[in-house]
Design a protein around this ligand. Structure first.
Ligand code: KG4
Ligand code: ZN
Length: 351
């Protein structure tokens, strides 16, 4: 039996990596979510000079900024803390010291306000984030008509194909054997001297390059729905080292190859599962070349395609509030409440 609540306001805290984010999402009885307010502090500039995320720096910045972000989120939502039904916080996967800051803040708030604490899986947040798309098409199909969707989840640490059957029910169809697509963007971007986060910077550089200039291999995997990006990274490194190509041409060729790999795998997974709707989510889903390649294969197969709204692709707290709210509506476990442990690694199928 679903736990029925008329309207719920969920406040969420997200500190799994280098973005400090808070949001309030309001859930309607039918499960539709709207973002009532949100705030984010991007630490990218503080980490850029080190070439990547420094966990200690990240956790210190989370500690400094959380209170003001939460207050401005509440002000934007026009709500007081007493209006909040539950406090959701990302408790994994992510950097332990960074997660710990959000978890202590969220638990303290929940204790002080006497509200439930919902320990939330960051990947579940990404997985359900496309349901917040303003057109509401996926939300209607999934929440009202109970149609499952094929999810391509592409972040800095994950590249996975999942069948999303219902809230809390995820079947892994394929995953990466080595690097994630985001890691491949970031590592090759670093070789091209692009500053952290290199993925979006590489995408910008790619707009001025020739995607056919550098011959790059399409990776092979034993299970045809799995991924491998380390060979592609090595080939790109060799292309950079050869001195025969411009940085823009390497960037454009790498981006085009990753887009082709992802589109081919999505097409195969649609073929294997017979699913009629496909979705891309996660930080790498912000990439326009990838969005276009996925949209094209879905159109060819007569499948509805939803690209997660750009502002919800990269890390944010709205997706955490929403996933936690949907789990609450469906009567799913709270991840341990105030005693919830941190999960630096936390597979979505176990969430
Ligand atoms: O989901 P996300 O914000 O954080 C994780 O949960 O990992 O994903 C971050 C990843 C990074 O690897 C970043 O370089 C990549 O997403 N990314 C992009 C773009 N925007 C973010 N990669 C390619 N093109 C983009 N436009
Ligand atoms: Zn993420």
């Amino acid at each position: 039996m679903a736990i029925y609540k008329p309207f719920m306001h969920i406040l969420a805290i997200e500190t799994s990596a280098d973005d400090t984010a808070t949001a309030v999402v309001t859930l309607a009885p039918d499960g539709r979510g709207t973002i009532a307010g949100q705030a984010r502090y991007t630490q990218a500039a503080e980490h850029a000079k080190y070439g990547g995320i420094v966990p200690e720096l990240a956790s210190r910045a989370h500690q400094v900024h959380l209170k003001a972000l939460a207050e401005s989120t509440m002000a934007a939502a026009g709500l007081s803390f007493q209006h909040i039904h539950a406090i959701a916080t990302t408790t994994g996967p992510g950097l332990t010291t960074a997660l710990a800051m959000g978890a202590s803040f969220g638990k303290t708030l929940a204790l002080a306000l006497d509200k439930p604490f919902l320990a939330t899986n960051h990947m579940e947040g990404h997985a359900l984030s496309p349901l917040l798309a303003p057109d509401g098409l996926l939300a209607t199909a999934f929440l009202t008509q109970h149609q499952p969707y094929l999810l391509l989840l592409v972040t800095g640490g994950h590249t996975q194909l999942l069948q999303v059957n219902a809230v809390g029910s995820y079947r892994l169809l394929g995953t990466t054997h080595d690097d994630a697509a985001g890691e491949c963007f970031d590592k090759v971007g670093a070789l091209l001297n692009l500053s952290h986060p290199a993925g979006p910077n590489l995408a910008t550089l790619a707009t001025t390059g020739n995607p056919q200039a550098v011959p790059l291999p399409l990776p092979k995997t034993a299970n045809d729905l799995d991924f491998s990006f380390s060979g592609l990274k090595t080939a790109a490194r060799q292309a950079v080292g050869s001195g025969h190509y411009t940085a823009a041409d390497v960037a454009a060729s790498l981006e085009a190859t990753i887009a082709t790999v992802l589109a081919n795998k999505l097409a195969l997974a649609l073929h294997h599962t017979g699913l009629k709707q496909a979705v891309v989510a996660g930080g790498v889903a912000a990439n326009n070349t990838i969005r276009a390649a996925l949209a094209k294969v879905c159109q060819q197969q007569g499948v509805t395609f939803t690209a997660t709204p750009l502002e919800l692709c990269t890390d944010n707290a709205a997706m955490i509030a929403y996933a936690a709210g949907l789990r609450l509506q469906h009567g799913l476990p709270d991840g341990g409440g105030l005693s919830a442990p941190l999960h630096p690694r936390w597979p979505l199928e176990g969430a």
